[in-house]
Ligand binder design. Structure first.
Ligand SMILES: C[S@@+](CC[C@H](N)C(=O)[O-])C[C@H]1O[C@@H](n2cnc3c(N)ncnc32)[C@H](O)[C@@H]1O
Length: 322
């Protein structure tokens, strides 16, 4: 009997040969950037569930790894910011997907005078055993692939990505999450799993996997509605709600008191003094919002001072006090 990884390869072999518009979908707007023209076929083969390309991650000519290339749209977007031969490495286990993305880059080259296909190096390889040296990558990205992996393989894929990242390197990812218990019948349906519909895990669990592997800083950049699995269409008694997230996990050393996880909490000191200093490196100027990680938010809250701590917005985009 086929295992789920074989089914996944079959699903993406077909999706490489004929674009499947219903396969994965994102409500994240596609980057509109000066002089960036995206071939129609890349849009049709957008099998992601969010966005992993963020110029903030792309300073100092980073070496970029993209795992699970799809039609190549995000690799083209990464190349837009890097523009050097071989600066983006794309790895995929499906030969047909590598061929399709290669053909799409040729189209992109004809439409974008700044772009050369050789900015992108395509390699056949598996996310579970990356064909790359230790600590050779600055920014690794995966969009809507790791959710497909069953628990042990997910850990393997995350560990592999961690291995190839340089110290302080970044894993930027987008994946579906689900806070409900996924019915076993759906979880074990290999095709649904391959289609990114039934492998989703809760956000907290995902964060724990990342920090358990050693990522010292986690940024939750976006959290959006993604799909529903309804009883009249799927083998489930209740409606299952799936969201998609965008996360950046940074290979910073693990702080002694645990990881810094930014979920979009903000602290605002509203006391009478000009500022409040917790003597642990956090200075809050009166009435000025400051982004804080969840650990700091909890510690500040426990001080019972005049400090307002917001709920998590799940929209953290940099800055802050840790
Ligand atoms: C859901 S698609 C996402 C494609 C792309 N990231 C996007 O946003 O359009 C998953 C991609 O991962 C590839 N893939 C599947 N299993 C893989 C594995 N074990 N290792 C590497 N790539 C894999 C598929 O061929 C496909 O290109």
């Amino acid at each position: 009997m086929k295992n789920y990884l074989d089914t996944t390869i079959d699903v993406y072999r077909k999706a490489a040969e004929t674009p499947n518009l219903g396969l994965c979908c994102t409500t994240t707007p596609i980057w509109q950037l000066p002089d960036l023209k995206i071939p129609k076929i890349m849009l049709e083969m957008n099998y992601g569930c969010g966005c992993t390309v963020n110029p903030r991650d792309l300073v100092n000519n980073p070496k970029i790894l993209y795992i699970g290339v799809g039609g190549g749209m995000e690799l083209l977007q990464f190349a837009y910011f890097s523009r050097n031969k071989g600066s983006v490495i794309g790895v995929d286990v499906v030969d047909e997907m590598l061929m399709a993305s290669r053909a799409n880059f040729v189209q992109a080259e004809a439409m974008n005078p700044w772009f050369e296909s050789n900015f992108i190096e395509l390699k056949r390889g598996n996310a579970l055993n990356l064909p790359l040296d230790n600590e050779s990558i600055d920014v690794a990205a995966q969009n809507c692939l790791f959710n497909i992996f069953e628990s042990d393989d997910l850990k393997k894929a995350l560990k592999e990505t961690f291995r190839v990242l340089k110290p302080h390197g970044r894993l930027v990812l987008s994946d579906p999450i689900c806070e409900q218990l996924m019915p076993t019948a759906l979880k074990n349906d290999h095709t649904l799993r391959a289609e990114c519909l039934s492998g989703a895990i809760p956000l907290q669990k995902y964060i724990e996997l990342l920090t358990g592997i050693g990522f010292g800083t986690i940024e939750i950049r976006a959290r959006r509605p993604y799909r529903v699995l309804s009883p009249n269409q799927y083998n489930t008694d209740e409606l299952i709600y799936i969201e998609s997230i965008e996360v950046c996990a940074i290979k910073d050393p693990m702080p002694d008191d645990g990881p810094c996880v930014f979920t979009g909490k903000t602290a605002i000191y509203y006391g009478e003094d000009e500022f409040f200093d917790d003597n642990k490196g956090h200075t809050l100027t009166q009435n000025q919002p400051i982004s804080v990680c969840d650990k700091t938010a909890k510690a500040l809250n426990e001080l019972n001072k005049e400090i307002y701590i917001s709920e998590s917005t799940f929209h953290y985009d940099g800055g802050g006090c840790c």
